[in-house]
Design a protein around this ligand. Sequence first.
Ligand code: FAD
Length: 815
Amino acid sequence: MKSETQVVVIGGGVVGASVLYHLTEAGWTDVVLVERKELSAGSTWHSAGGMHTLNGDPNVSKLQQYTIELYRTIEARSGQACSIHLPGGLMLADDRERLDWLRMAQARGRYLGMDLEIISAAEAKAMFPLLDDQYFVGALFDPVEGHLDPSGVTNAYAICARQAGAEIYRHTWVQDLRQQADGTWDVITDKGEIHTEHIVNAGGLWAREVGRMIGLELPVLGMEHMYLVTEDLPEVAELNAQLGHELPMALDFAGEIYIRQEGGGMLLGTYEQACVPWSPQTAPWSFDMELLAPDLDRIAPSLEIAFKHYPVMATAGIKTIVNGPFTFAPDGNPLVGPIRGVRNCWVACAVMAGLSQGGGVGLALANWMTTGDPQLDIWGMDVARFGDWATLGYTNVKVRENYSRRFRITFPNEELAAGRPLHTTPVYDRLTEHNAVWGAGFGLEHPLWFQRPGEEPVEEVTFRRPDAFPVVAEECRAVRERVGLTECSNFAKYRVRGPGTAEWLQGLFTNRLPKVGRIALTAMLNPEGRIVGEFSVARVGDDDVFLFGSQAAEVHHSRWFLDHRPPDSAISFEVLALSLVGLSVAGPRARDVLQSATTTSLATADFPFMSFRRVELGMVPAWVGRMTYTGDLGYEIWVAPEHQRALFDLLWQAGRPHGMSLFGFRALMSLRMEKRFGTWFREYRPIYTPLEAGMDRYLRFDHDFVGRAAVDAERERGPERALVYLAVDPDPDEPADVIGDEPIWHRGDDGWQVVGWVTSGAYAHHSAVSLALGYVPADLAVAEAAFEVEIIGQRRPARLLTEAVFDPAGERMRA
Ligand SMILES: Cc1cc2nc3c(=O)[nH]c(=O)nc-3n(C[C@H](O)[C@H](O)[C@H](O)COP(=O)(O)OP(=O)(O)OC[C@H]3O[C@@H](n4cnc5c(N)ncnc54)[C@H](O)[C@@H]3O)c2cc1C
């Protein structure tokens, strides 16, 4: 065993093996993998081996596509048989909503290069004659679905990695991890110590326990999962002879069931409602290549559905029942990337669909480790999407919710109930009294909209316009015509101060730092010139700055800042989280309301647009910024939590004579869309550049900043893509607005083609127009171009707009 190496990958399941392989592919060959038992000894060996490309997140779909395409390559290079079967797969819809969802998935597939087909229930039966088509309304067929041998694939990765120089130590148990002062690691195993620059936790079933070796509580939980394999069935043999090939796989949403051919019989697995975590506190190291006791009673409700939908299953003899554990994160997607504040510590765990995702996870992580950037949009998998709030208890309830809803639709306006409320701010009860309908993000409750008095504060879930639509319209009207009050605590807030702060931030930010007392908007780029952050920067001293950004990116952004802080500097970087909470007042009468609560002059001459100052409102000391995301005259007011209720009462009293209304996040999204304001994770993501995103007002070329050379080069050659702003004509009979991820069609010389995708959409209530933002090739972003956006299977005409539909000159904000 080596005593020195560049990387130690802990865990030889399909994920760890993929990471090792991809590191060697990226040119890092002094790398080792340490496995406590045999390769694939965790959850991998008893996996059903199914693989498919579709995922709710199109970026994750791309990685799943990559994974499946990779298998033939590693099989050929390693000489290790992987038993790859690609009979294609059906997703069976039992109701209209599910079929709508499949239509939307098909549409997304168009720009991902996927060849997906919507077929009728009768056509599905022709492909998979074992199903009873009376239970279905249609299906989606994906030709790139199948199954393979999980151990074969793990070994194929391992052989390819070894061929390139990697070493693998089996029967070697990592028992402790110790970091040295220079950031390198001592990996303590039962066979000796290895000193290494980087560690990768690919511990699968034990990833949580490996994390604990360094005091990290990863939000990952094992769940028991069962599938059964039938005896050989004559019906299967007959159908194989008749069709000339194996039966396709099928996902049956109604029963949370997957079913496929296995040899001459059928394999059926289910995500049961009465699901059971495995080792909820600590996974035992004594657990070997074992299976858990099957519990047919638990899966009986799903089996009853299966017996109706696939009558042959009711009489088939069961050959085997597999009950094994595998791991989930609270949202069901993997945890990948570097750990904030811990140098050279990487994770690749909670991969619940290792055969579909393992290749993409390995590729992204290897890119990240070797180049400093995943080179792919992997936000959906980034370990930074969870904060410390994702505790063991939270993870337990969310994973159980996620498991039991594995194939269930989550509607765009749906808020899942488990683990809530977790974080609330002091005005939570006040807003609840006002009939708030709550949503949650990053553990925090935020008001979505305010139901009318006397009506129940719930929202019907739908892909189309919800029942909240007219109420949100009223909230928008209040803001544009009078004045609205909302809570804005759900931003990430940071305070950066100490000698050297200004110089450091200036080197990271594309815009000039504002003067003291002012706010500036800025982007932050990686060396390749892609957007890794977008912030409002409020400067309160020469070396004292508040930053406001996306709350969901709090760990992601703070990880970046901490990684880039100059060594041994005295700069303090503080994540303020809920130690600073906010309310926002917006609308033409916003100043009148606020002025009645303070002796500080808020006249534009004294407190112009983009000012940021300490102001006393009544008895409440606050930081007040003159800006809002509504694009109207407005203020964001930041206070310590103990002041927030008093501030709310003060503003509400002061606002009533001006016709003040409460408004929520839904109205805010409508208002920002009519101002053409982009947002983080939608328009601004690490796959786009600031020139593509049209962030011209965020860029100043009077200083050097990370990514500047790449931006200069892009200015020379011109951006490849452009963010376009579209007015869409929804279906007049059944209006549905754009949600995000819909394909954009364009009519060119060769007719209509999909040329891009939507990033955000909303109905702009004040301007009475349905709007979308999205990316298309830059040369197509011309006013006369003919576009269409595909909404729930219907292509709707879309017109390119060259300026915001509301107040394009920004006079209202500056008034
Ligand atoms: C019944 C069942 C059916 C499934 N069906 C499918 C399917 O059809 N398709 C699909 O894509 N996925 C399926 N899965 C999920 C799939 O098995 C997992 O996604 C996959 O195995 C995850 O791989 P991994 O490498 O992350 O973890 P694991 O396979 O758990 O590997 C982790 C490895 O790390 C080793 N290890 C941990 N700690 C240490 C340490 N301290 N020192 C040394 N070694 C250590 C372990 O021994 C283990 O070998 C199924 C799972 C189950 C249980």
